[in-house]
Design a protein around this ligand. Structure first.
Ligand SMILES: [Zn+2]
Length: 682
């Protein structure tokens, strides 16, 4: 890969004289009473104005709106116009991807090109060059997350909508800087997608083959899922899990021999780190072309960290063009999730440091019948057995839903069954269009009124199987939220929910009722709930540590921007080992390990992992609110509608309005406590 530029090209600031001059002329025209607004508006424009944009003062004189009523009209114009651009561009993209996403018969090679075409790619750039974005920045205040959190509780809905308007224009990153970031991202994708291990050739501590021929696993997803699946295989399973753990550690530390990656022609012992040619009769038929890497080439040369470093440099190159958020860590917390980093860290530590960790660990140990080891980070045994065999469920859903259209016709009944009034159910069903999906299924929002969210559901030739139905009910939950939050919200600039964790939580609540809607009562609902809570707690505990490693590595990068891949490797191993030593080592077998650094997201989608543990916490809070409302005799449908129309305000504010308090780990901790107490006596 090519070397990233170490120093980002800086955006050239305007001479202060031009800014002062514009302010002076505006104050002269509108009067000193508007001075504060003028100064702020001009500063916001100037921070992103380029010499090629022309005469700053002339632009400001023409477009500054002093009168409050006129400013409201200006805002309304923006809201209407952006609903149209957002909505229509979304429709263009949806229709260009239609042949790839919807089952409309055989695909053509050109469908892939249409699917990759992004009609709105230059929209933001164009809104700046046409100066539309600058009109917004001149007249409405930009805010930092701290400001939104400090005063946002007192804001009107209109002020929140205005914050969403200017928030879109807080950055003006040049197209070539974004293109560079996309290239780096694509290379990281490729690196991760090709990182496979041929498990028949990964040996255990005694040099034995313990995995079947042909098993090819991508790091880290398949490796982790294989590890989870091995819980069903007793002591042999534990042995295989130890092999996977050692392999993962070799990847994190980059001590894995280069020749092992994606190569079934060598046998590898991750314990001794020795590698030798595999006997020809063990090499799989579908093996890739022989590796050009020599047997004695040595370890992978920190390629994993070279990709991460390139991602960092590409993100850092955007810093000068984001004046209110000049740091990628800050952008990930302030733009996407709108929760301050320190607060998120505190939420995670509430889980990591909870005395419940030891109690749940003791329960895991009891179920496993052996002391815990590092692999039990991914313990997978909290499950309530389903009473009804899947085959009989398949039979019923196939008969009920031979086509996607059959599901569409049944939607009003399903929605009434969930607890919507007849009228609401009809309204919702009229606003959700159902398509047969090529993939497993998904929900696609609409972004302008007059357009409709889509429910894409997979229907096999013999009809919809139970898995497909289960997913369809989940996606329908997304669609319901999408309809309410677009058609029911007071400002379309506030349509949606604060972030994806919220919409997932609402969808899971629908999905959890899928058997009821088939007329089945789950055998032991209390046991199912208890096991799900314990599984949630363990998964949150696991992924919270992984997320902390991800963020800590980025802090290290900002402190060491000229680091080499090798230095980044050593730092990552040290950070992962340190977080392990503090929170996991005392629980999982007392051995040090860099295991928390294995997630591929760290390389492919940096700074994203934090959303997973947050999602667990948020989902539980929303579920509990719906339970509370049910106990108070409130209709499920009314409560979902109330939550979905709060819209895209800051997460803590949303949660306070939806469930009576900010985002918190407490509900998960209390639910875990209750689940532990309700375990059957032994
Ligand atoms: Zn979902």
């Amino acid at each position: 890969m090519d070397k990233p530029a170490l120093v980002a090209p800086a955006a050239t600031p305007l001479p202060p004289r031009l800014v002062d001059d514009a302010v002076r002329q505006l104050v002269a025209k509108h009067g000193a009473t508007h001075k504060a607004r003028i100064e702020q508006g001009v500063a916001q424009v100037a921070s992103l104005w380029r010499a090629s944009d022309g005469d700053l003062a002339a632009f400001c004189l023409e477009h500054f709106t002093a009168d409050a009523a006129a400013r409201d009209r200006l805002f309304a114009r923006f809201e209407t116009a952006l609903e149209q651009t957002d909505g229509h561009f979304l429709e263009i993209g949806r229709e260009l991807r239609r042949a790839s996403e919807v089952d409309v018969g055989p695909q053509l090679p050109v469908d892939q090109l249409f699917a990759g075409f992004e009609a709105s790619a230059h929209l933001l750039d164009d809104l700046f060059t046409s100066k539309i974005a600058f009109v917004a920045l001149l007249n409405f205040p930009l805010s930092t997350l701290d400001q939104r959190l400090a005063v946002g509780t007192k804001w009107s809905r209109l002020q929140w909508a205005q914050a969403r308007l200017t928030g879109r224009f807080a950055r003006r990153v040049p197209a070539d800087v974004l293109r560079r970031a996309a290239e780096v991202q694509a290379k990281a994708d490729q690196y991760i997608a090709d990182y496979n291990l041929w498990m028949h050739h990964v040996l255990d501590e005694r040099g034995q083959r313990v995995f079947p021929s042909g098993k090819r696993l991508i790091s880290h997803w398949n490796l982790r899922d294989e590890l989870k699946a091995q819980y069903a295989a007793g002591a042999d399973g534990s042995n295989r899990q130890r092999v996977i753990v050692r392999l993962m550690e070799r990847i994190v530390t980059q001590t894995i021999p280069l020749v092992v990656i994606n190569n079934p022609r060598v046998d590898y012992d991750p314990f001794s780190n020795r590698v030798k040619a595999a006997p020809p009769d063990t090499v799989e038929q579908d093996a890739p072309a022989p590796s050009v890497v020599a047997l004695d080439e040595g370890p992978e040369p920190s390629t994993r960290y070279a990709h991460l470093l390139a991602q960092f440099q590409a993100a850092r190159a955007q810093d000068p063009y984001s004046p209110t958020m000049p740091n990628a860590i800050q952008r990930s917390f302030e733009l996407g999730r709108e929760l301050p980093e320190a607060r998120v860290a505190r939420l995670f530590h509430d889980v990591l440091e909870s005395p419940l960790v030891a109690q749940v660990a003791a329960e895991v140990e009891r179920r496993l019948g052996r002391p815990l080891e590092p692999q039990d980070l991914w313990y997978d045994g909290f499950k309530a057995r389903s009473a009804i065999p899947e085959a009989s469920l398949d039979e019923r859903t196939r008969k009920k839903y031979p086509t996607a259209d059959a599901y569409r016709h049944d939607m009003p009944r399903l929605l009434v069954g969930l607890g919507f009034t007849k009228d609401k159910a009809r309204f919702l069903a009229e606003h959700i269009l159902v398509d047969p999906s090529r993939g497993a299924g998904h929900a696609m929002q609409a972004a302008r009124r007059g357009d409709f969210p889509r429910l894409r559901t997979r229907v096999e030739p013999g009809g919809m199987n139970y898995k497909g139905y289960n997913i369809a009910v989940h996606e329908m939950g997304h669609n319901v939220e999408q309809v309410f939050s677009l058609y029911g919200v007071d400002h379309t600039l506030l349509a949606g929910v604060p972030n994806s964790a919220f919409t997932e939580a609402l969808a899971f609540v629908f999905q959890a009722r899928d058997l009821e809607l088939l007329g089945e009562k789950p055998k032991d609902a209390a046991a199912a709930r208890r096991e799900a809570t314990l599984a949630d707690f363990w998964a949150t505990w696991e992924i919270a540590g992984v997320a902390l490693v991800d963020v800590a590595v980025w802090h290290w990068l900002y402190d060491h921007p000229t680091a080499t891949p090798e230095q980044l490797r050593d730092a990552t191993v040290a950070i992962a080992s340190d977080i392990w030593a503090r929170h996991y080592q005392p629980v999982l077998g007392k051995a040090p390990s860099p295991l928390l650094g294995i997630y591929s997201h760290m390389v492919e989608y940096p700074l994203y992992l934090t959303d997973y543990p947050l999602g667990h916490l948020i989902a539980l809070q929303i579920e509990e609110q719906l339970e509370r409302a049910a106990k108070q005799g409130k209709r499920f449908g009314d409560e979902v509608e109330r939550m979905a129309t709060i819209g895209n305000i800051a997460p803590d504010l949303w949660m306070t309005q939806a469930a009576g308090g900010p985002v918190s780990a407490e509900p998960l901790l209390r639910a875990t406590e209750r689940a532990l107490a309700a375990l059957p006596p032994r």
